[in-house]
Design a protein around this ligand. Structure first.
Ligand SMILES: Cc1cc2nc3c(=O)[nH]c(=O)nc-3n(C[C@H](O)[C@H](O)[C@H](O)COP(=O)(O)O)c2cc1C
Length: 179
């Protein structure tokens, strides 16, 4: 029986929801990144890490990249949780492009990656995040509509609202990959 652990970082709870669903489906422990010590990787064969997408980066991913030597001989699965719809190939291509700038080719070749859709509630955003989204919106409104990516359009369509796209069924491919 493979020993599996799910570790996540979540700023508003969407990634946390997925981490809990995945851990329940795999009957394994789940830890918030800040409560998980890298030395504990040694106790597991399969590591699932999940983080929210923030301006293309994956929240808390340094836990894996900085401790790659501790996990490189294990099965490592990464899931992202963002607002952009991962059923749209353009959005996935964009996430992958951003990942290739921050994650080394060695790591990318040795992990399985899944993309899940989270949500956003502007009334709960902390001030720096609210300001970032406001600046991004202003930049996007200056673009010609034909130059907007599908991700840009989704951001504009959901701006200021509360949207929750989390879907328990969408974890199925990730769970199947591990079992
Ligand atoms: C400042 C900011 C930047 C974001 N950047 C992205 C992004 O680049 N791509 C994306 O798909 N979603 C982006 N989002 C949306 C978050 O990824 C989404 O809210 C996610 O569900 C957050 O998960 P969490 O609550 O677990 O951290 C951004 C949200 C904020 C507030």
């Amino acid at each position: 029986m493979k020993k599996t652990v799910v570790v996540y970082e979540s700023k508003y709870g969407y990634t946390k929801q997925y981490a809990n669903w995945i851990a329940a489906a795999l009957s394994c422990p789940v830890y918030e990144r800040k409560n998980f010590y890298p030395a504990n990787f040694a106790s597991y064969d399969v590591i699932v890490y999940g983080g929210g997408l923030y301006a293309g980066g994956i929240s808390g991913l340094k836990l894996l990249t900085r401790n790659w030597d501790l996990v490189k001989n294990k099965q490592v699965i990464l899931f992202t949780c963002g607002l952009a719809d991962p059923n749209n190939p353009d959005n996935v291509a964009h996430i992958k492009e951003a990942m290739s700038k921050t994650i080394s080719p060695e790591i990318l070749q040795n992990i399985a990656v899944f993309h899940l859709r989270g949500g956003i509630d502007y009334s709960r955003l902390r001030l720096p995040h609210r300001m970032m989204m406001s600046m991004l919106r202003k930049m996007l409104l200056k673009k010609e509509p034909c130059d907007l990516t599908s991700e840009d359009r989704e951001l504009l369509a959901t701006y200021g609202k509360s949207m929750d796209f989390t879907d328990q069924k969408s974890i199925a491919p990730l769970v199947k990959y591990i079992l």
